[in-house]
Design a protein around this ligand. Structure first.
Ligand SMILES: [Zn+2]
Length: 71
């Protein structure tokens, strides 16, 4: 779960110098991982992308059916 932070902490993402707006707790060596707004959004975006098309074949099949039903 991602939580908001008011602590004056820098974003933990490499090469990012923004101030963190969010953090989440990890079980690893870092304990807490801080993220700025931009990195948080980018991370969420990448998670969505990697999760999105589970089966491309289903998408193709659906497109074919749409085409058929349109005549
Ligand atoms: Zn950042």
């Amino acid at each position: 779960m991602i939580l908001t932070t008011t602590a004056k902490t820098k974003c933990d993402i490499k090469n990012c110098k923004n101030e963190a707006a969010y953090y989440f707790e990890t079980k690893g060596a870092f304990g807490k991982c801080f993220l700025c707004k931009a990195c948080c959004e980018r991370l969420a975006d990448e998670l969505n992308k990697s999760r999105a098309p589970k089966s491309p074949q289903n998408t193709i099949k659906r497109k074919q059916e749409e085409k058929r039903s349109n005549g």
